[in-house]
Design a protein around this ligand. Sequence first.
Ligand code: SAH
Length: 364
Amino acid sequence: MNSAPEPANLGAKVNLLGLDLKALEAFCVERSERPFRAAQLLQWIHQRGIADFDQMSNLSKALRVALEADCEIAPPVIVREQRSKDGTCKWVMKTDAENQVETVFIPEESRGTLCISSQVGCALECTFCSTAQQGFNRNLTAAEIIGQLWVAQRELGVGAVTNVVLMGMGEPLLNFNNVVAAINLMLDDHAYGLSKRRVTLSTSGVVPALERLADVVDVSLAVSLHAPTDALRDELVPINRKYPIQQLLAACRRYIGQDPRRKVTIEYVMLDGINDSPLHARQLVRVLSQLRSKVNLIPFNPFPGSDYRCSARETIQRFSDILQAAGLVTTIRKTRGDDIDAACGQLVGQVTDKTRRTIRLSAG
Ligand code: SAH
């Protein structure tokens, strides 16, 4: 697991976009600047969206010149924008010469949700996810993660993004430090000032990292369960072979702690004939009796090369009814942006696959 932020290239400018308050304070002190400069920098960079040091008028001219010389504010670059009929907007953002990730904005009446990526590709091999089919190249830096929000705010205006979900490409808990730095910036009042309940980290269940997360941030948690038994989950979400359901649920319980108002969102993709029977629903009820949770059923979004089909509408409804009858708050996720391949599990970007998975798959 990655335990240190990605090192900056030697000789390259420091990208201030990815530094949270603590890191920026340390950076200021190192340069013999007063620590309160960090908050000022955050406000310029993230609240105002300013990338040009010369416009930062409450900093001394000398400091502005010094920053200009060896720092930069370098966001990812939009290379493609697609708008869905339903208003969903998908951006392909370039992170380096060979790699691109996808970011999706989902407008609703009372909120605007930005779905951001944490890795270029994904190292996990969930069988129903198209990002998984692409293999994995590298972790995004903190600047590349928060940069997706920075760019979205520039495109949409301040206030348009009210919620952020770490549900794009990648497994956020396998890029721990960079994801935490980005979350700190989302929550910081000098930066985006989002409420911690409006930031959701979704994980397939990297248990040791989930244990550590509770000590450093307190955002909402979503877990990709997708199956009520270990036998089935071992197949669909292979990381389950390492961290089976009971361990995962125990880590979830510890994460939400004693507060009776907190719940974990359980994500459950509806795969025709695989995990969608009434028996599965009853098994799920039993499993979740040990955790304060609500369930979000996700209609499977197909992608080229996948053999799965989405469960019929009535099957999803019946599944939902069984959960509801047992007292579980259950919602069916509205599929958004599927006409532009922006729906869950359809994000692919462009990944230079270091796992050679694409080659293994095409060899059959
Ligand atoms: N790696 C993290 C973040 C991805 S979140 C995680 O696994 O939670 C994206 C959500 O969409 C996850 O719940 C994922 O399992 C689900 N998903 C993946 N492929 C899908 C597909 N083809 N159709 C519907 N949901 C899918």
